[in-house]
Design a binder for this molecule. Structure first.
Ligand SMILES: C[S@@+](CC[C@H](N)C(=O)[O-])C[C@H]1O[C@@H](n2cnc3c(N)ncnc32)[C@H](O)[C@@H]1O
Length: 201
């Protein structure tokens, strides 16, 4: 996602708005819903607003985008949303193993060149981090409009999860990300739902 430089997205802004920027073990209870690569937070903020009984965590490493998640958290008074401004690779330094009920990866950057595949949020090394965070009954939900990323992610996911469901034309649900809203009118949305990470067996 190309995002304009935002002069307000300073360290001081994030510190003053309780955003986690350095590894901090969070003690979270109940059903934890985690979204990685939240963009401007349309999906997670609306979801959190309607479900004050659940705990939400948004992870976004671009501060110029993350800024808008913070604004929405403040506008909607979301005490049940925690925001992490950090790389997906570090999330196991914030969240405890087997604490996450649902993990969303939505419209992640496709990184089409082979030399950049490691940067994909569905890359196997990242799936290992996610898998360890998921509860035994937890699920990873991956959505994209990018067919090649969908197919290649399906191969990655099949090496790490046992219970996998594919949808080539996923129907819209109550909450949508900014990208889903933009991409839906132009074609199919692909979804992979995965549970039963191998190491939790
Ligand atoms: C294409 S955008 C999609 C944003 C949002 N999920 C949506 O559907 O509107 C991908 C987002 O993932 C974030 N991202 C990519 N790699 C990341 C990483 N390793 N850790 C945290 N965020 C990441 C990017 O900064 C960007 O905001």
């Amino acid at each position: 996602m190309r995002q304009k430089f935002n002069k307000h997205a300073t360290d001081a802004f994030f510190v003053n708005h309780d955003t986690y920027m350095k590894p901090t073990p969070l003690s979270l209870s109940g059903d934890v819903i985690l979204e990685i690569g939240s963009g401007k937070g349309d999906f997670i903020c609306q979801y959190a607003k309607d479900h004050p009984d659940k705990t939400f965590v948004a992870v976004e490493f671009n501060r110029h985008v993350c800024y808008y998640i913070v604004l929405k958290k403040e506008a909607y008074k979301l005490d049940n949303l925690h925001i992490i401004l950090d790389d997906a690779m570090n999330i196991d330094q914030y969240l405890t193993p087997h604490s996450v009920h649902t993990l969303y990866l939505q419209f992640s950057d496709p990184w089409p060149k082979a030399k950049h595949h490691k940067r994909r949020l569905t890359y196997p090394t990242k799936l290992d981090i996610y898998g360890k965070l998921l509860k035994k009954e937890g699920q990873l939900i991956f959505k994209t409009d990018h067919q090649k990323l969908y197919i290649e992610s399906s191969f990655y996911i099949q090496t790490k999860f046992k219970d996998i469901h594919f949808e080539d034309d996923a129907q819209p649900l109550t909450y949508m990300t900014e990208y889903e809203r933009k991409k839906r009118p132009h074609g199919s949305i692909y979804q992979i739902t995965a549970g039963d990470y191998y190491e939790t067996l």
